[in-house]
Design a protein around this ligand. Structure first.
Ligand code: ADP
Ligand code: ZN
Length: 591
């Protein structure tokens, strides 16, 4: 039996001691309480939400061994290096190790010298490993990237479907399943396929509050990128392009400006690809110009910015790609270039098959996001059915709101019309505009389209992509019709065009109104980064594993000068203090 069942205080002490953090995030605390009480647990958290702590803390404080199932074999070494840097006894077993290395690890496992073991599902379920499992004392099974179990998901792994073995064989050992991407169908699939026993389900907001969101017209992209990068000295970032050729051309261009850039795409051989990836993770290459092939297998927490050189195919992909920035929760930026020509070009990539109509619908929707005139964060989260109640103040629209007018009557007219004509037939945006034009000539065709896009962005109507883009009224839309919501503000097409023209001509990547607060413009931060780079090199690990950017930023602001002050910094645990602390104190004292 676990020695400290239910004891969240012991968990908090371990959090401070090993990871140097003072508090659990609310969902983490709930997940850990549930696991410590021996319950099966399902956790849906965004990237950077802190999923790994949910099983790492129980692994540290419970007797026995926590087994982590992960599909990302290439990441296991990094994850284990990261944990070892905290002084946690972790290891991994996969096909990249030779048989000598594997038997050593198995020996350590049997001797109880390992607290956390990462394995692939395939390995876990192999006959030789299941025998080992019976000899050791698993205290918890953590299923990472749990969406891989579902053929509905985007990353299906057949081996994951055999994981019900765990509950059958070890009914008393709790299972925690974690993912950052799971719609309702996938979620249900995870719970039933793992045969979880009355699981505690914890679902976090999808928001990534530390990532600022900006969309700019595609004109003068290169100048805008130069401007954007001018205050980013050596901050890591990725520029996503549509084609292989573009990645190469852009990387050449950036190099000609003296920037440290490389290109990455599926056309390179695998040795070349892993060299570039490694060089980026180790902070030797600052900028990667890549197709979307890049990023999936990277666990680098200090990616500070993501640029989309072209509009992505859909909002799902966009959210995942820019989400690779700021996993350490320190301020990060996402910049998207939008041009009509790109939208037309992407359409040519869609094959003429049954998926085409869905793809076109989703492309339309991201175009409406790019042409959005209300808070970008709200639009994105509503797309994922989350109503965001807080103030964002971290997107280009919030920084410079559009003048708006009372659009309540217009909106109600659109919703009522939709209700009337869609009672028999499902209708799409175009048919609705036609009907609205027939009923009234006060608003022109283009303006109706623009207003309807806003109603979608406001979450009053939604598109059903798998039903020929049919529109439907959301609960929030019904609330407006029932006058539970009293007013709707709308922005005119003219206002939008005016601003679009202005920023098309500009070469700036920020609007003038924005009070630009640069968290990273701090000479001490740069100095601490250098110390970190040297220490990382000496220990043979990536810089972000020594301390995250968030931790260095806090050090640069608080200037801790001794052990007690240093331990107060979020992210400085005991082992890291011992290994690295004094070098940073020295750097601060000699400032
Ligand atoms: P995920 O796997 O959900 O993407 P991680 O587990 O990598 O997220 O955590 C993201 C970042 O947040 C890491 O830098 C991690 O150390 C940090 N973090 C996690 N939990 C906490 C916490 N309770 N307080 C402060 N930082 C935390
Ligand atoms: Zn906003």
């Amino acid at each position: 039996m676990p020695k400290s069942k239910n004891d969240i205080n012991i968990a908090k002490i371990a959090l401070k001691k090993y990871f140097g953090y003072d508090f659990f995030h609310p969902t983490q605390e709930k997940a850990i309480k549930s696991v410590l009480a021996g319950k099966d647990t399902f956790v849906l958290m965004p990237t950077g939400g802190g999923k790994s702590i949910c099983y790492q803390i129980p692994a540290i404080i419970l007797d026995g061994i926590t087994i982590v199932v992960s599909p990302l074999i290439a990441l296991m070494k990094d994850q284990v290096d990261g944990l070892n840097a905290y002084g946690i006894k972790a290891n991994y077993l996969n096909s990249s190790l030779d048989s000598q290395e594997q038997s050593e690890i198995i020996e350590n496992l049997l001797n109880g010298e390992i607290q956390i073991l990462y394995v692939s599902a395939e390995r876990l379920l192999s006959p030789d490993f299941t025998k080992i499992l019976e000899k050791i004392k698993p205290n918890l099974f953590a299923i990472d990237e749990a969406h891989c179990i579902s053929s509905w998901g985007h990353d299906f792994r057949p081996d994951y479907t055999r994981l019900s073995y765990l509950k059958k064989k070890f009914p008393k050992v709790p299972i925690i399943a974690l993912t950052a991407t799971a719609d309702k169908v996938t979620r249900a699939d995870i719970l039933s396929q793992l045969e979880l026993n009355k699981p505690k389900q914890l679902i976090d907001s999808f928001d990534r509050p530390n990532i600022s969101l900006t969309v700019l017209p595609g004109q003068k992209r290169i100048e805008k990128i130069k401007d954007f990068l001018s205050d980013k000295m050596s901050q890591s970032g990725i520029i996503y392009c549509l084609t292989r050729k573009q990645t190469e051309k852009l990387a050449e261009k950036l190099k000609s400006f003296g920037l440290n850039a490389a290109s990455y795409h599926a056309g390179l051989n695998s040795a070349e690809r892993s060299r570039i990836q490694q060089s980026f993770v180790r902070d030797r290459t600052q900028i990667i110009c890549a197709t979307i092939a890049f990023g999936m297998g990277i666990d680098k927490s200090n990616v500070r910015w993501i640029i989309h050189y072209n509009i992505p195919k859909n909002i799902e992909g966009y959210y995942q790609e820019f989400g690779r920035a700021g996993r350490d929760n320190a301020p990060a930026q996402a910049l998207l270039f939008y041009s009509f020509a790109d939208v037309e070009m992407i359409k040519k990539f869609f094959l003429d098959n049954s998926q085409r109509s869905i793809q076109l619908g989703k492309l339309d929707r991201i175009k409406e996001y790019a042409e959005g005139v209300i808070c970008r964060r709200k639009i994105l989260l509503r797309y994922f059915d989350e109503e965001y109640k807080k103030k964002c103040n971290n997107c280009d629209i919030c920084n410079k709101p559009f003048p708006s007018l009372d659009g309540t009557a217009l909106t109600k007219m659109a919703l009522i019309t939709l209700k009337e004509i869609s009672s028999q037939n499902k209708i799409d945006t175009m048919s609705l505009v036609n009907e609205l034009m027939r009923r009234s000539d006060k608003v022109n065709f283009a303006s109706w389209h623009f207003y309807l896009a806003q109603m979608k962005n406001l979450g009053l109507i939604k598109v059903n992509f798998s039903q020929n883009q049919a529109l439907f009224i959301t609960d929030k839309g019904e609330d407006l019709l029932e006058e539970k919501i009293k007013k709707v503000r709308l922005v005119t097409l003219n206002e939008f065009i005016k601003r679009q023209e202005k920023s098309s001509k500009s070469t700036k990547s920020y609007s003038k109104n924005k009070v630009k607060k640069d968290y990273y413009k701090n000479p001490l931060f740069d100095k601490l980064r250098e110390v970190r780079a040297t220490l990382a090199k000496e220990s043979g690990i990536a810089a972000y594993m020594v301390f995250s950017d968030a931790t260095l930023l806090e050090m640069a602001n608080e200037k801790p000068k001794n052990k007690a002050e240093m331990i107060n910094v979020s992210g400085v645990g005991e082992v890291k203090w011992e290994r690295y602390g004094e070098e940073f104190v020295e750097a601060i004292l000699s400032e």
